[in-house]
Design a protein around this ligand. Structure first.
Ligand code: BES
Ligand code: MN
Ligand code: ZN
Length: 501
């Protein structure tokens, strides 16, 4: 197997084009025809169904038009010998999220066998964001991780054509351009999360950051000596049990005339065994190569800032360590000192994410930025509280909170606001240090982790995104593939873009 020196899977992405040609005149391998429950959308779709002799057939019996439901038809009478109907659900439930999901499902199935696909989503029925959502769904749905196979599976799809009317064309092209940049960034996050942990330890992750970012982004890597000199005891303590040392990667995008300064801090545990507080049963360890999804999404965001001309100064802290066991691993009961001098009693070595984030958050706060957003696969408790599909959101600032929730909504990445109960702060106290990292017992685990993080941001407006659930999934779902989903890359990009408006 060809193993490149860097773990850069670099999954290829098709391109999206806008066209005003009639649906039936297009020379493509497959037409994707969006169909409502009880109706048909888009210019030309009636014609297609008529041409297929399907206009009167009882579609509801075989094909109910549920969101993302597919019906593949041979259509020998058409140029595109193949037609795929894709459900959009009910007309009154139509949204950008529905369009993104429907196109994602359709393209995932067609991508291995069709070189060219065309579809129509009219702006009129979905609003101006509809074309963007369609392009995002199509591009994200085409993703498939193949980097570890000795023989790559066939990957046919090259072009997706979105049909619009002439008057919509300019707006559609701008929408597609944004969608392409966002999807490309999300591919980067997915590639990193799904990449096996033997290939991607902290030093390798840092090398990837150096290799893939455009020149406009400054990259600084702190190795273990520098971390020690800078007092980053959280990263050092968590990394002690691994033969692959921790790294802090510091990123900076500083456009001229920046309107604000924000910091993104990502948890980057390249594998989480739990350490001496070993994870049990061992099955729960299988997804833990994805415990660097926060850092992956931060890096992914930085790949897109220059292309999007984001007018905000953005710094990034990738907190990279591998949580392993050996004779030098940290013990439950150790007391460590993190950046800024706070001491922490490590009651459980499996609560390691908050230790590495403490260093990153303290550094971001020292920088005096206007806002800090951290992203972390931090707690199983977040999944137990709100289920695996949504990000649990904690904040000390209502305005910043609203901005992030709005960006999540626009990106179609579910988010839910969670409480930072002041009354539980006592549980972070320790008999032997300033804080303990467990928060006593297993109640409100996601909130306890968030309260711990809050200790390190001072009074900086801050949002904490616990992505333990949505960063990873076991089955393909709409535009999101199994394993690394790349969430919440597009939420962050939407948020940073919104400052342009
Ligand atoms: N990486 C895990 C959290 C996690 C769990 C992410 C499931 C994705 C899916 C984190 O480091 C962890 O182990 N958290 C512990 C904290 C506990 C020891 C206080 C947890 O959630 O059980
Ligand atoms: Mn852990
Ligand atoms: Zn972890």
């Amino acid at each position: 197997m060809d193993r490149s020196p860097l773990p850069l899977p670099d999954t290829p992405m098709p391109s999206v084009e806008v066209s005003t040609v009639g649906l039936l005149d297009l020379d493509v391998d497959a037409l994707v025809v969006p169909v409502f429950r009880g109706g048909v959308d888009g210019p030309g779709t009636d014609e297609v169904l008529e041409a297929l002799g399907l206009e009167d057939s009882p579609r509801d019996e075989v094909f109910r038009g549920k969101v993302g439901q597919l019906l593949h038809l041979a259509a020998p009478g058409l140029r595109a010998g193949r037609v795929t109907l894709v459900g959009l659900g009910r007309l009154d439930g139509l949204s950008e999220t529905v369009v993104r999901r429907a196109l994602g499902s359709a393209v995932r199935e067609l991508a291995p066998r069709c070189r060219t696909i065309a579809t129509s989503v009219s702006l009129a029925s979905v609003g101006p964001g509809g074309v963007r959502a369609a392009a995002e769904g199509a591009l994200l749905g085409a993703y498939r991780y193949d980097a570890g196979r000795s023989q790559p599976r066939p990957r046919a799809l090259e072009t997706i054509t979105l049909l619009t009317t002439t008057s919509e064309r300019g707006a559609a092209e701008r929408a597609v351009e944004r969608a392409t940049i966002h999807a490309r960034a999300q591919y980067v996050a997915r590639d990193l999360v799904t990449c096996p942990p033997d290939r991607l330890g902290p030093p390798e992750f840092a090398e990837v950051a150096r290799a893939i970012l455009p020149d406009e982004v400054e990259v600084e890597v702190w190795d273990e000596e520098r971390l020690s000199a800078e007092g980053c005891g959280g990263l050092l303590a968590v990394g002690r049990g691994s033969s692959r040392p921790p790294r802090l990667v510091r990123l900076r995008w500083a456009p001229e005339g920046a309107v604000a300064r924000v910091a993104l801090v990502g948890k980057g545990i390249t594998f989480d065994t739990g350490g001496i507080s070993l994870k049990r049963p061992s099955e729960i360890m299988t997804g833990m190569k994805g415990d660097m999804a926060g850092a992956a999404a931060v890096l992914a965001v930085f790949t897109a800032l220059a292309d999007l001309k984001v007018p905000v100064e953005v710094t990034g802290e990738l907190c990279l360590a591998e949580n392993m066991i050996d004779g030098d691993a940290q013990r439950p009961s150790d007391v460590i000192t993190v950046r800024g001098g706070t001491t922490v009693e490590v009651m459980n070595t499996d609560a390691e994410g908050r230790l590495v984030l403490a260093d990153g958050l303290a550094l971001a706060a020292e920088d005096g930025v206007d806002a800090i957003v951290d992203l972390a696969t931090l707690t199983g408790a977040a999944i137990r509280a709100i289920g695996p599909r949504a990000t649990a959101v904690f904040s000390n600032d209502d305005d910043l909170l609203r901005q992030l929730l709005g960006a999540g909504e626009a990106a179609g990445e579910a988010m839910w606001h969670m409480p930072l109960w002041e009354d539980l702060r006592d549980n972070l106290e320790s008999d032997v240090a300033d804080l303990n990292n467990l928060g006593r017992g297993d109640e409100a685990g996601a909130t306890m982790a968030a309260l711990f993080l809050r200790e390190f941001v001072d009074s900086t407006p801050w949002v904490h995104l616990d992505i333990a659930g949505p960063a990873w999934q076991d089955e393909d779902r709409y535009h999101e593939p199994r394993h690394g989903t790349g969430v919440p890359t597009r939420t962050l990009l939407r948020w940073l873009e919104a400052s342009t408006d």
